[in-house]
Design a protein around this ligand. Structure first.
Ligand SMILES: Cc1ncc(COP(=O)(O)O)c(C=O)c1O
Length: 362
């Protein structure tokens, strides 16, 4: 099948670009002896998680328990759930998962760790555990000070849990390449403090898990970090390019869309709106627009209605029936809008993958 045979809108994955992205990070991690546990929330596709393992990943990361179940069903190893799982229903599912595969969870409270511990004891299984600390993103994670250590100590001693170390998420290390250098220095002061505190308490860590895509190739310079969890790197997106962490040629995913109206002067409407792209705004660069139209830097994707993408043409000409390919702002939420995506090589469609983990929000 050729790309021209596909109906639109459709999410295309350039397989050669994806493979190059996977190889590049796999080689980098091997060179710096970093364990790679990519975050699969970017694609939620077991076949692509398998490719990540084949490119050297030691395991995978997911956000939700439902995603972990999908990946375990497909035989993916070493699953890390980096999300605080609360409630008896989830703890029962977690121990059922732990019975059939090696699973690690991250949490930042004695309440959650105790719940998992009690369920694990009852069900006679062991669940791996990482305690999350906050290095500045301000979402989850214990504060890095001596007052957090009693909680970490209590969690470490709970039965039914295997203490594996600590986890941080440097989601605040964004901006441009030079801004990231400054942020990295600040992050290292924070990480050094965390390492000192843990050492002074005799808390040893097999795993210190960190990493994101904008800082992926700086990972070897983060103090103490020995495992990384970038997700977006497999595809990249407009956010990654505007953060100077990839080029347009490194973006594997494009949305193929058709021009369906040109009635408004200076504009064209494509059949891909917020329900195709997700509508996430740009978090880096000039923060303008909702995507990058390949081969048309003069076109601005200026707005998204639910099913209409508004292109401001900037002098170029498009007619009804023309097709464009658009790099989304945020590829993870874009792919999550779709049941399936298509692997392409040049003009050929070479694969079709089900986004098996989409909708698994529990
Ligand atoms: C906890 C955690 N780890 C890793 C990642 C991967 O980061 P990136 O999307 O920059 O690759 C994310 C992204 O949201 C995350 O929330």
């Amino acid at each position: 099948m050729r790309i021209t045979d596909l109906d639109t809108p459709a999410v295309l994955v350039d397989v050669d670009v994806m493979e190059r992205n996977l190889r590049r990070l796999g080689d980098y991690c091997a060179e710096h002896s970093l364990r790679l546990r990519p975050h699969t929330k970017t694609h939620k596709i077991p076949e692509l998680a398998r490719r990540q393992i084949e490119h050297g990943a030691a395991g995978i990361t997911v956000a939700k328990l439902g995603e972990a179940e999908v990946m375990a069903d497909a035989g993916l190893p070493g699953i890390l759930i980096v999300y605080p799982l609360f409630g008896a229903a989830k703890w029962r599912r977690l121990t059922a998962l732990a019975r059939r595969t090696d699973v690690t969870v991250a949490c930042d409270s004695v309440e959650i760790a105790s719940g998992i511990s009690a369920q694990a004891r009852q069900d006679g299984v062991t669940v791996g555990l990482l305690v999350e600390f906050d290095t500045g993103f301000g979402r989850c994670g214990l504060p890095i000070d001596e007052f957090s250590l009693p909680a970490a100590r209590r969690i470490r001693e709970l039965p039914g849990l295997e203490w594996r170390g600590v986890l941080v998420y440097p989601g605040h290390i964004m901006g441009t390449a030079s801004e990231r250098e400054v942020l990295l220095n600040r992050e290292n002061e924070t990480l050094s403090r965390l390492m000192e505190l843990l050492k002074s308490e005799g808390i040893d860590c097999l795993i210190v898990s960190g990493g994101n895509t904008p800082a992926a190739f700086l990972s070897h310079r983060f103090v103490g970090v020995n495992e990384i969890r970038p997700g977006t790197y497999i595809f990249n997106d407009k956010n990654t390019v505007c953060a100077e962490a990839a080029s347009w040629g490194d973006c594997a995913v494009t949305v193929l869309a058709t021009v369906v109206s040109t009635s408004v002067y200076g504009k064209a409407i494509i059949d891909a709106g917020g329900k195709t792209f997700s509508g996430d705004s740009l978090l880096s660069g000039d923060r303008q627009g909702f995507g990058h139209v390949i081969g048309h830097p003069e076109i601005l994707v200026e707005d998204l209605s639910e099913e209409h993408g508004h292109l401001r043409l900037g002098g170029s000409r498009l007619k009804v029936g023309d097709r464009v390919r658009v790099v989304p702002n945020h590829v993870c939420t874009c792919v999550n809008m779709h049941d399936r995506v298509y692997g392409v090589q040049r003009e050929d469609v070479v694969a079709e993958w089900e986004v098996a983990g989409r909708g698994k929000v529990r």
